[in-house]
Design a protein around this ligand. Structure first.
Ligand SMILES: *Cc1c(COP(=O)(O)O)cnc(C)c1O
Length: 388
């Protein structure tokens, strides 16, 4: 049951964090659907006293999350944004955060519309431009560098190793939102990052049936503070949600291979299609950071964005015409989804503040979350939708 450091990712994903239940031998971690735990004496218990502070199903998931990222410590939250909010509480009022200008719309909204009001100072920069990040680190003291790589929705990459080394020299932490790659394809802590954040809602859960988030780290002092915050602030994940995420994780290795194969097939099909203007996918040689993708990632993933020669109206028509690709927000599930980021997931980066920070989401951009259906069927569906 215990994994060892030489195991391959598929093996780790099946076994990480999960031991047969000590009381019954159940192979799957039970859903400990309880708010509290009996004590044999005052403060004498079996390691759990109240489920906000800790719950055995959550412990199994937290151990699994840490193991997947090759980390010592993992924490599970009720959503990806709850995890982001918690890790940002390590930054004090007056301190500065350097953040990518092509991050998930909800992350930008949390930073710009909530945390900025509590005195955190945000600077936004194109994190695919390493020189610009290094210059920003030199220009002003920074407490936290926030990287999303690949970014949502433009699939730009940040050079985690180079930026982490420079950030540490400047006394800053590096947090990487690893949602798009998942630990199957990218392990930022090994490249020097301090914190990895996930929306486990996406690839880790993998079945579009649960919302959750995670923070993993190797730094014990930060972990202790984050664990305290998890209990003190309270955005914990419920036992059933932990169970569903644990169940999803078992097939992560298998699913990511299918997502990569299908993503590549779809991206190549789109790149050759005369109605398509540009395809954004780190597995294509036309991607400006193709070499970095090969160095930093074990595969290009299942997210593909593209623009059409016909512009926004044509893009909307295409998104309404697909049959297998369901029009919906979110990503990372076994089923394929299609959406228009400017109007849907990234509507919150459409305003003047976002533009001032350098965000630009092309109104004609289409984002695909390519699922694990047969690639021939997915391509046929896109072909008919593009034909009109
Ligand atoms: C969805 C998403 C989030 C937010 O996660 P929730 O689980 O929806 O709160 C954060 N980062 C990225 C890259 C995402 O795609």
């Amino acid at each position: 049951m215990t994994t060892n450091p030489n195991d391959r990712f598929e093996t780790i994903a099946v076994h990480a964090g999960v031991e047969p239940d000590p009381t019954t031998g159940a192979i799957m971690t039970p859903i400990y659907q309880t708010s509290t735990f009996a004590q044999t004496g005052i403060n004498e218990h079996k390691g759990y006293d109240y489920s906000r502070a800790g719950n055995p199903t959550r412990t199994a998931l937290e151990n699994a999350l840490a193991t997947l990222e090759g980390a010592r410590f993992g924490l599970s939250f009720s959503s990806g944004l709850a995890a982001i909010d918690t890790v940002m509480r390590l930054v004090k009022p007056g301190e500065a955060v350097l953040c990518g200008n092509d991050v998930y719309g909800g992350t930008f909204r949390l930073f710009d519309k909530v945390l900025a009001d509590y005195g955190l100072r945000f600077t936004f920069v194109d994190t695919s431009d390493t020189a610009a990040v290094l210059a920003a680190l030199e220009a002003t003291p920074v407490r936290m560098v926030w990287l999303e790589t690949p970014t949502n929705p433009m699939l730009r990459l940040a050079d985690i190793a180079t930026i982490s080394a420079a950030a540490h020299a400047a006394g800053a932490w590096v947090a990487v939102d690893n949602t798009f790659a998942s630990p199957a394809l990218q392990r930022p802590l090994a490249l020097g990052a301090d914190f990895v954040i996930h929306s486990t809602t996406k690839y880790l859960g993998g079945h579009s049936d649960v919302i959750g988030g995670a923070i993993v780290t190797n730094d014990e002092a930060s972990h202790e503070r984050l664990k305290f915050l998890q209990k003190a602030v309270g955005a914990v994940s419920a036992p059933m949600d932990c169970f569903l995420t644990l169940r999803g994780i078992k097939t992560l290795g298998l699913r990511m291979r299918a997502h990569c194969d299908n993503g590549m097939a779809v991206a190549q099909f789109l790149e050759d299609h005369q109605a398509v203007e540009q395809v954004f996918y780190p597995g294509l040689e036309s991607h400006p950071q193709y070499e970095l993708a090969r160095r930093q990632m074990d595969g290009p993933g299942g997210m593909v964005s593209f623009t059409l020669r016909g512009g926004p109206d044509v893009a909307r028509d295409v998104a309404l015409r697909t049959r297998l690709f369901t029009l919906a927000e979110s990503l990372g599930g076994v089923e394929s989804l299609i959406e228009i980021p400017a109007a849907m997931t990234h509507a919150s980066v459409a305003g003047p503040e976002a533009q001032a920070a350098g965000f630009e989401v092309d109104a004609s951009l289409i984002r695909l979350s390519v699922g694990i259906e047969h690639p021939t069927d997915l391509i046929a569906d896109l072909k008919q939708a593009l034909a009109g």
